[in-house]
Write a protein that binds this ligand. Structure first.
Ligand SMILES: NC(=O)c1ccc[n+]([C@@H]2O[C@H](COP(=O)([O-])OP(=O)(O)OC[C@H]3O[C@@H](n4cnc5c(N)ncnc54)[C@H](O)[C@@H]3O)[C@@H](O)[C@H]2O)c1
Length: 265
């Protein structure tokens, strides 16, 4: 339980879903965690066991170190303030998890509104960009390296029908991960991405509850199940820890084997 001992981490979008799971797992492994989101309580309709309990309070209840700092990742000044506040609270920053994201789907490309495109780019691209940029500034100033984990998606690695605005935004986050790994490896700033397929969070609740979708989806997954928040959180711990010290610029698929083949057995 000490794989992240002494590290200071920010997790964006950490009130719900993956971000919450990652924040809880980091704190359980000894990190001090700044939990950040646009609202403090989890999204309704998710799979949280205790949906009324804010993440930072859940961390502290479990004996860990967590503080909530509000931040809308689409605003660069708020992201800069989040990083400043983290350094004020804990004296440094070691790990930045750019997790906040939104999903838009259900339309062919010509049917999407400009608002759908802008929303996906604002949160998934600009939000990830701002998080990377502001973290890198402080990492360079500290001079002791750093670690960025971007929550991408298998949607950033391939095409899917009826979610083009989401896929192109995640494609940008995937390529940003590669570019930054090339530019900042020499500064010992590691940058990696996590690419889940559908996992059980409020973002996918409607799909999970659709029995036809559930069957079609699990049929094509070799492991025959949905991803769980803990699956993603465990990988995020590994990537933030020194156990993964030579993994850099990778986009790690966590998809039950979904992207191996189009046919099921
Ligand atoms: N759930 C999946 O199946 C899945 C699969 C692949 C990738 N992802 C990605 O994982 C990340 C987390 O998704 P999730 O499934 O946990 O979703 P979620 O909706 O359960 O949680 C997302 C959190 O981000 C916050 N958020 C939204 N906009 C924000 C903003 N502008 N600034 C700060 N916080 C904001 C929300 O308030 C929420 O707490 C997203 O980037 C998503 O695209 C999810």
């Amino acid at each position: 339980m000490n794989r992240l001992n002494g590290k200071v981490a920010i997790v964006t979008g950490a009130s719900s879903g993956f971000g919450r799971g990652i924040a809880l797992a980091y704190a359980a492994e000894g990190a001090s965690v700044v939990v950040s989101d646009i609202h403090e309580t989890p999204n309704q309709g998710g799979f949280e066991a205790d949906p009324q309990l804010p993440t930072a309070a859940a961390i502290r209840e479990a004996g860990g170190d967590g503080q909530y700092v509000a931040c809308n990742v689409t605003k660069q000044d708020e992201v800069a303030q989040l990083v400043r506040e983290t350094v004020r609270l804990y004296g440094r920053l070691d790990v930045m998890v750019n997790n906040a994201g939104i999903y838009r789907a259900g339309k062919l490309a010509h049917e999407f509104a400009l608002e759908d495109l802008d929303a996906c780019f604002d949160v998934n691209v600009r939000g990830t960009w701002f998080g990377c940029q502001e973290a890198i500034k402080v990492f360079l100033k500290q001079g002791t390296g750093g670690n960025i984990v971007n929550i991408v998606s298998t949607a950033g690695l391939q095409g899917h029908p009826k979610q083009s605005v989401y896929n192109i935004s995640k494609g940008a986050a995937a390529n940003l991960t590669r570019c930054l790994a090339i530019e900042y490896g020499r500064d010992r700033i590691r940058v990696n991405g996590i690419c889940p397929t559908y996992a059980k969070t409020s973002l996918t609740r409607a799909l999970f509850d659709d029995k036809d979708f559930d069957k079609a989806f699990t049929d094509v997954i070799p492991l025959k199940r949905w991803g769980e928040v803990e699956d993603i959180a465990n990988l995020a711990v590994f990537l933030a820890s020194d156990e993964s010290s030579y993994i850099h610029g990778d986009l790690v698929r966590i998809d039950g084997g979904e992207t191996l083949c189009r046919f099921s057995v």
